[in-house]
Design a protein around this ligand. Structure first.
Ligand SMILES: [Fe+2]
Length: 529
């Protein structure tokens, strides 16, 4: 097989409408495949998306040779019936028959085109022809790679996916045998391969001296510059070309993209280096975005934890003032959440119901302990103090943005459905939904937990009482819903949040729920409200 210094050659394919000639203009690369980004698009299902490439390999005399390289295609590439192994490259001579999958071509010098002999076994459904020059080919490949990784990164949810997308894109485009994403331990400086691709990816030949240098900036080396003695490790590793580019954004260093090959086939290295630099820039941006998302997520979690801690502190403060009803707020929150879920409210509203249950009695902070713990009958003035707790709670919480959605429930959880409750005495659906919902949850807990002056009522009795008061004290629709809930689910709430209850029964302390019960059953408490 001889080579030719003639730069321009033809790739000839016979079709039903006549011969189709594809000009191979040196210097350059003509990518071939089913993908529309190729320079020569062969729209046949048996042709791989990125099947093969013709590339001009210049020699020292100023001439050169056209070579063909299979890109790991599924249906294979053959030259004169010799099957190329994946990523194998062969020089071409005039008259060579090149089979790309099921499609046959003949490699011709221009002078010989008048006497072409076309070898053909299959006819493509569509053949598109694009004559190319090297810059256009490389630009298109480059752009394709960057777009590919951009799309992959857009869908990537973690660092590993970004690394995989980066090495996939480079391996697919460059044809280099070893492509890797390498990270360096901050503790001991050891390099670790995070992702790798290419036919020799399982046996990566990492040049640690190149990796160390690339930490400071892109490194492009070939055995051509090895003569200087600067890259003796390439020879030891039997590598001919290495490109290594840091993946970094500003001061943030994420790792290194390492691209190496040991083949004798010479191609311009700078276009590959440009490709790796572009992919590294896109990958760095993606990794920085993921890092920022993680930081934001951590910050949100911290803020949420602080918020939850604040709520718990407020609830603990109520418990400290009203020890016998310890756990009341937490149980009301659970009842309210159960009721909201079974009422078919959406997740945001069910979460609001739980939060509102936790803080509904926060206004008791503003009521004196003497009044809260007074064992005897309350005076009108003392009752007015207790009855002020929804308004006090509303005023305490209204300055907190995350509480804005539950303020109405705090303010109106002692309204009655038929009117006559407090603080506003509104009725029916004029009472905000959260207020109607918390009202039932509040009463249910009051009835099913014990007091010094009475024992806890059975769940069935409490539900019967709510049914009896549906439409007068309680929203009848929510009353129906609470009755429909599995008793075991309701009963499990009663047994919760009782830790820390006083070992010695304190004097009876009127809770807001007690007041609600007193209104259902005048005389049910030792005090009248
Ligand atoms: Fe209350």
């Amino acid at each position: 097989m001889t080579t030719h210094a003639t730069y321009e050659h033809w790739l000839v394919h016979r079709s039903e409408t006549g011969d189709v000639r594809h000009r191979l203009q040196a210097p350059g690369i003509v990518s071939v495949g089913r993908g529309t980004s190729n320079m020569l698009v062969l729209a046949h299902p048996s042709v791989s998306r990125d099947h093969a490439a013709f590339e001009w390999a210049p020699d020292a005399t100023g001439g050169g040779t056209w070579r063909i390289t299979d890109h790991g295609s599924a249906s294979g590439t053959r030259v004169n019936d010799v099957q190329l192994v994946a990523f194998q490259s062969l020089p071409l001579s005039h008259g060579d028959c090149v089979a790309i999958g099921p499609m046959d071509f003949q490699f011709q010098r221009p002078a010989a085109t008048d006497s072409l002999t076309i070898v053909g076994r299959a006819t493509p459904r569509v053949v598109e022809r694009i004559d190319v020059l090297a810059p256009a080919a490389l630009e298109a490949k480059h752009l394709d790679a960057v777009l590919a990784i951009g799309a992959a990164i857009h869908a990537a949810g973690d660092d590993q996916s970004v690394a995989d997308a980066a090495v996939d894109a480079i391996a697919r485009i460059s044809g280099f045998s070893e492509v890797a994403f390498v990270q360096q331990s901050t503790a001991d400086g050891v390099f670790a391969v995070v992702a790798s691709r290419g036919p020799r990816a399982a046996h990566l030949r990492l040049s640690h001296s190149v990796l160390a240098r690339a930490r400071l900036g892109p490194v492009v080396v070939s055995d051509g510059c090895e003569a200087t003695g600067k890259h003796h490790t390439l020879a030891r590793l039997n590598l001919s070309r290495v490109v290594c580019v840091p993946v970094e954004l500003g001061e943030r260093f994420f790792g290194l993209l390492y691209v190496a090959d040991g083949g004798a086939f010479r191609t311009a290295l700078e276009p590959v280096a440009a490709l790796v630099r572009s992919v590294a820039a896109v990958a760095a941006l993606a990794l920085a975005n993921l890092e920022r998302l993680r930081m934001n997520s951590a910050l949100e979690a911290e803020q949420r934890a602080m918020f939850d801690g604040t709520i718990q502190a407020l609830v603990a403060t109520i418990d400290a003032k009203d020890p016998y009803t310890r756990g009341h707020s937490a149980r009301v929150a659970d009842f309210a959440h159960l009721l909201a879920v079974h009422a078919g409210l959406d997740e945001a509203d069910t979460n609001r119901a739980r939060l509102c249950g936790l803080v509904h009695d926060i206004g008791k902070i503003g009521v004196s302990e003497e009044v809260l713990r007074k064992p005897g009958k309350l005076t009108d003035e003392e009752f007015q103090q207790i009855a002020a707790h929804p308004v006090i709670g509303h005023d305490i919480l209204r300055g907190i943005p995350r509480m804005s959605d539950v303020l109405c429930g705090v303010l109106h959880h002692h309204e009655r459905f038929a009117g006559g409750g407090y603080p506003h005495g509104i009725s029916g659906e004029n009472i905000p939904l959260l207020g109607r919902l918390i009202s039932i949850a509040d009463a249910l807990d009051a009835m099913t937990t014990s007091r010094t002056y009475r024992g806890a009522r059975p769940m069935a009795d409490a539900l019967q009482e709510i049914t009896r008061c549906a439409g007068t004290h309680f929203d009848p629709e929510f009353a129906k819903v609470i009755i429909s809930i599995d008793r075991r689910a309701l009963q499990s709430v009663v047994g919760m949040h009782v830790f820390g209850a006083p070992a010695i029964s304190p004097p009876h302390v009127a809770s807001s729920a007690d007041i609600a019960i007193a209104r259902i059953h005048p005389g049910a408490t030792r005090r009248t409200a």
